[in-house]
Design a protein around this ligand. Sequence first.
Ligand code: MGD
Ligand code: MGD
Ligand code: SF4
Ligand code: MO
Length: 690
Amino acid sequence: MKTSPEIEIFSTACPHDCPSTCSLEVEKLGPQQIGRVRGAGDNTYTAGVICAKVARYAERTHNPDRILHPMKRVGAKGAGQWEQISWDEALDTVAHEFKSREAKLGAETIWPYYYAGTMGLVQRDGIERLRHVKGYSGQESTICINLAWGGWKAGTGAYRGADPREIAKSDVVVIWGTNAVHTQINVMTHATKARKERGAKIVVIDPYRNATALAADMHLMLRPGTDGALAVAVMHILFKEDMADRAYLEKYAKDHQILEEHLQSKTPEWASEITGLSVDEIYEFARLVGQTPKTFFRLGYGFSRSRNGAVNMHAAQCISVVTGCWQYEGGGAFHTNGEIFHWDKTLIEGLDVRDPSVRMLDQSRIGPVLTGDKQDLGDGPPVTAMIIQNTNPMDVAPELGLVHEGFAREDLFVCVHEQFMTETAKMADIILPATTFVEHDDIYQAGGQNHITLGKKVIEPLGECRSNHEVICALASRLDAKHPGFELSPLELIEETLQLSGWSDVKSLEDSKWIDAQVPFEQAHYLEGFSHADGKFHFSPDWSLIGSNFSGMPSLPDHWDVIHNATAEHPFRLVTAPARNFLNTSFTATATSLKREKRPTVMIHSSDAEKIGAESQSVVRMGNKQGSLLIHVDIFDGLLPGTVIVEGIWPSKYFIEKIGINLLVGADAAKPNGGAAFHDTAVWIKANSE
Ligand SMILES: Nc1nc2c(c(=O)[nH]1)N[C@H]1C(S)=C(S)[C@@H](COP(=O)(O)OP(=O)(O)OC[C@H]3O[C@@H](n4cnc5c(=O)[nH]c(N)nc54)[C@H](O)[C@@H]3O)O[C@H]1N2
Ligand SMILES: Nc1nc2c(c(=O)[nH]1)N[C@H]1C(S)=C(S)[C@@H](COP(=O)(O)OP(=O)(O)OC[C@H]3O[C@@H](n4cnc5c(=O)[nH]c(N)nc54)[C@H](O)[C@@H]3O)O[C@H]1N2
Ligand code: SF4
Ligand SMILES: [Mo]
């Protein structure tokens, strides 16, 4: 903590669900007032750069729309009529509803539901402790990472990769399926440094000319869900033109001979038909990565959000093993560093009391779950009570029609702990006001880099806001849930968890601000062997190790044709990509972000617009078997005909008919371990004649 005569500066981390996990400096202007927020210049990953939406965080924390008091519903569900109540009344009501429903239907009728609105380990994951102590229904957290992480681990055997700071030392940076300019700006900091200092080339692989593609030297604009085809054609060329590193393959990989044979038929011509890329583009990309040892593959989430997403992630990763770029500093691949932090979360999550026989429900299937789908509920009771923290399923979950129907159930009791009146909060029976990250203590692990950062409270909570930890502990005491974790303060939990996990302590972390948890080069680059028992990279993965729903998955990298292809009835493929000024639905309540994003629009190629008779800024109807919605058109030629893009998870209320884009996204669990295919939806579009 530095001090200046007038303004105190606090060191913390951005709590949002963004791979960058920036180290921040927050100005404290008064006991309950923050000022400017800057990126820490002395953090080697953040390097002083943060996104605009967090730089103006005072607009979010001090927003007039913050929820500041507990409230109970007094009108019909969703009608928005509330009465302010005391914390005691609110918590007593929740405890009473949970107890009486449990008495009638068993503990599994209660479903605590959460995600990553804050990424702090204490405030995000503490709800698991209450769940495990009480034996409430479990949550499979599939909505974001399963497809990507599963595909990655299938090849390497572990969740780690080359240090993303090495991007600055690369000669080619391949930004694959991530709109880094919107979703993790710091990738661009390091990539542009490489370009400036060493003339590195930046390649972007993405279905549309997004902000990142605009900054690239080469943009491969392929059809969504076809990355597997591109990857195998690239490897076909690498072998054919003698750009495969055979000595490296011999030492580090399993099944490379089978792979080479398999690739014979995967020609660039074949891939061109599937991907929509030209044969020349595929050759040019293959030769670039084949001839540049220091090629860094930054593999994002976007291209995993398809029904074949895990296979595509694995296929893209395979290229880096065929070229052997892992051997060089500035080369290799990175998706996540999940395992380098080696947390022991027993205390935070109550893992010591978890009963593995308790039913698990899939987070992404909240629509089917709440509408009583037997496939999800099994022989167990219906879900009749929920506490929700850190997530807004009424907007972000797939198959939104079912989600809305489920939340409207009269027999469902819902408590939502929120900072803002989200559409989920609007469906609550009890709303509890939540602190923002500057109002509570926590510790943060980076998603797309390598730091652990302490984030102590900067200001006192506004209004009557309480942190997630306080709410979970207060409920635990009313529900007779006993666990040592409920007796500790957040800083005490952090202290114990640091020590259990083999890290330092709060005091040292306070002094150093963060821990650089990066593993040594040899380990990050798997130069001591990959992490499967045989020490090899697996071209032919055992998908059963990743998830139980693996039947039919290809045994080698390929184009796995299980996506929702365009058909005569549904001629367009919809990608629901992230908006720059929102973070999922967070920041949809701040005026500056709303003004910059304007309104929900669908980007359509001019030739498609002409075919359907839609003009720029006109309204079209877009739909599929799940339903349809009205949306404005933005004619845009930075995509292939047949692809359409809707940026941003706009809350339903901003759509003309008050239902959001996820109405059209399916909730079927992708293979092998679940996850929603947010960018894999076939739709029809018609000019609006109403
Ligand atoms: N500003 C902003 N930042 C965010 C978020 C946000 O909503 N807004 N969300 C946060 C969260 S929760 C996450 S998980 C991360 C995710 O960040 P990313 O890793 O960037 O993943 P996505 O946001 O799913 O999609 C990014 C890109 O993938 C492209 N894409 C879609 N389908 C395909 C495909 O089949 N192949 C290829 N090659 N590309 C495809 C999309 O067009 C889009 O440009 O970002 C985080 N950061
Ligand atoms: N169409 C489409 N849908 C998507 C995606 C997509 O690309 N396209 N991406 C998916 C992905 S990757 C993800 S991760 C999910 C994310 O979806 P969500 O996890 O629901 O993310 P947000 O919409 O940002 O909602 C987080 C909420 O947590 C609240 N919050 C923040 N901090 C705290 C806190 O300390 N305490 C409490 N109690 N609340 C807090 C915020 O106010 C906010 O309302 O959305 C998914 N949905
Ligand atoms: S780039 Fe991501 S981690 Fe950094 S400040 Fe913005 S939202 Fe937070
Ligand atoms: Mo996510």
